[in-house]
Structure formats: C-alpha cells, structure tokens
Design a protein around this ligand. Structure first.
Ligand SMILES: *[C@@H]1O[C@H](CO)[C@@H](O)[C@H](O)[C@H]1NC(C)=O
Ligand SMILES: *[C@@H]1O[C@H](CO)[C@@H](O)[C@H](O)[C@H]1NC(C)=O
Ligand SMILES: *[C@@H]1O[C@H](CO)[C@@H](O)[C@H](O)[C@H]1NC(C)=O
Ligand SMILES: *[C@@H]1O[C@H](CO)[C@@H](O)[C@H](O)[C@H]1NC(C)=O
Ligand SMILES: *[C@@H]1O[C@H](CO)[C@@H](O)[C@H](O)[C@H]1NC(C)=O
Length: 235
C-alpha cells in the first residue's frame, strides 16, 4: 500500500512540474513576443563620447518598433546631478511624418528624421558644465505607454590638455629617437672597434698561429671521436 501511495504522489508531482513547465513556456513566449514587438531606443554601440571644450557634438538616438508607431512621444533630457532637465520633446504623428520639435535649450538642435527613425540632437559649443548623462526617452501609445530610454554619456576634455598630451608625445618621441640614435651610434662604434680589434687579434694570431691552431684541432678532433663512439655499437 505504501508503495502505491508513493507512486501516486510521484505521478501528481510530475503532473505539477509539467504544468509549471507549460506556464513557464507560455510566459517565456509572451515575454519574447513582447520584447520583439516592443519599441526600442538606442544610442548606438558606444554610449559615450569624449569631446573637446568648445566643440559641437551629436547625441545619437534611433528607435525601432515591429508593431509600428503612432503618436510616438520622445524627449531628450539631461541628468543635471539628479535633477532632470528637459532639452527637447516632440510627438511623431505616424511613421515617416516629421515631428514638430519643441527645444528648451539654446544650444540644442534637433537633427533627426522620421524617415530614418532618427531622433538625434546636436549640442553646440559645449562647455565643461555640459558633461554628464543625456537620456533619450520614447513612449509608444500602441504599447500601453511603456517607457523606453537609453543613456548617453558626454565627457568634455580641455583643448590645453590635448595640446599638452601631444607635446609630451612629441617630447617623448624626440627623446626616444635621440636615445635610439645614441644606442645605434654606440653599437656601430662597438662593432667598428671590435672589427679593428679583431683585425689586431688576427694579426696577433698570425704571429702566434701554430700553437692556437693545434689546440683547436685537438678539441674538434676529440669531439669527433666522441660522436663516433656511440655510432659504432649500433652499426
Ligand atoms: C573652454 O572653451 C571656451 C571657448 O573655446 C573658452 O572660452 C574657455 O576658456 C574654455 N575653458 C577652459 C576651462 O579651458
Ligand atoms: C550633486 O549634488 C549634491 C547634493 O545634492 C552635491 O553635494 C554635489 O556636490 C553635487 N555634485 C555636482 C557635481 O554638482
Ligand atoms: C557657437 O559658437 C559660435 C562661435 O563662438 C557662434 O557663432 C555660434 O552662434 C554658437 N552657436 C550656438 C548655437 O550657440
Ligand atoms: C542621425 O542623423 C544625424 C544628422 O543627420 C546623422 O549625423 C546621424 O549619423 C544619424 N544617425 C543614424 C544612426 O542614422
Ligand atoms: C513613464 O514615465 C513617466 C514620466 O515620463 C511616468 O510618469 C510614468 O509613470 C512612467 N510609466 C511607466 C509604466 O513606467
């Protein structure tokens, strides 16, 4: 009896796990469909930019949606140390129709186009105060007003530092070149000296040649003998 009970419970357990699996699959499928159909905003593969003080930068953003858009609302805002500052906003009535963009920042210009799903902006004449995070935000009424956003980080660097770094690069490379030249010169000098000395040695060798040659021959001869001895047993 006990064994039957145990099998019964195990069967119901299997059934339960099967149900779980089914609901899990359904949820996964729903999620998958949702994420495929949903709106996506993107600031590109590299979500940050380092730019010179005084330059004009493009803050890139594009959107895509499989179910299409209608009255797509978007804005750009700047995270000014926690407080959000809206830079611009607009509604794209439908696909391919250009939006009427309201711009709230004197140096921001909308350069996007609905034809390319592009909602990028230009930020003119940047200063160090412009450094920080810019957020591209979009919301599609077709998707029950789900929010989508992508952050883009702007880093502002000083032109002076840039010049300094190039100067250091130049100095380092010039120094390096000088050192390399000095080493090269030393090597050449060394080679020449050695060559001259060798000539001298040869001359000396010529003078005391016979003894030297004999010992060398003796050594090589001994080596040959050593090599020869293991061969003989094999053959
Ligand atoms: C940044 O650039 C502007 C204009 O080029 C210049 O007036 C300003 O002094 C620069 N700021 C610094 C800290 O270098
Ligand atoms: C950001 O705000 C906090 C307080 O709200 C302040 O202590 C901090 O210095 C601020 N940072 C910058 C970079 O302004
Ligand atoms: C950017 O700076 C240039 C030169 O200083 C000026 O002519 C131009 O009007 C500025 N642009 C904006 C949008 O402030
Ligand atoms: C968006 O438009 C701007 C201005 O025309 C352009 O520079 C940028 O490359 C475009 N971005 C994409 C991803 O097409
Ligand atoms: C979407 O963002 C708005 C603010 O722009 C907020 O009021 C709303 O609650 C958000 N909705 C969701 C579903 O997060």
């Amino acid at each position: 009896m006990a064994s039957v009970d145990s099998t019964g419970s195990s069967v119901s357990g299997r059934l339960r796990s099967g149900d779980l699996l089914h609901t899990g699959l359904a949820v996964a499928l729903l999620l998958g469909v949702w994420s495929v159909a949903g709106l996506e905003v993107s600031v590109g593969k590299v979500p940050h930019l380092e730019a010179l003080n005084g330059s004009t930068v493009l803050l890139p953003c594009t959107y895509s949606s499989c179910i299409g858009i209608s009255k797509l609302y978007f804005n750009w805002h700047y995270d000014d140390n926690g407080t959000m500052q809206k830079l611009c906003e607009a509604v794209i009535p439908m696909e391919g129709v250009e939006p009427k963009v309201s711009v709230y920042h004197e140096r921001v210009e909308f350069v996007g186009s609905s034809k390319t799903n592009n909602i990028s902006i230009l930020l003119w004449n940047i200063t160090f105060d412009d450094e920080g995070q810019y957020i591209c935000f979009a919301r599609n009424p077709k998707e029950k007003y789900r929010n989508h956003s992508a952050p883009f980080t702007l880093i502002v660097v000083d032109q002076l530092k840039e010049v300094e770094s190039t100067l250091t690069v130049i100095i380092v490379s010039v120094l390096g070149g000088c050192i390399a030249l000095a080493i090269f010169g030393m090597v050449i000098k060394g080679l020449v000296v050695q060559f001259v000395l060798k000539d001298d040695d040869k001359n000396k060798e010529c003078l005391v040649s016979s003894g030297n040659d004999n010992t060398e021959n003796g050594v090589t001869g001994a080596k040959a003998d050593n090599k020869g001895t293991p061969k003989t047993p094999k053959a």
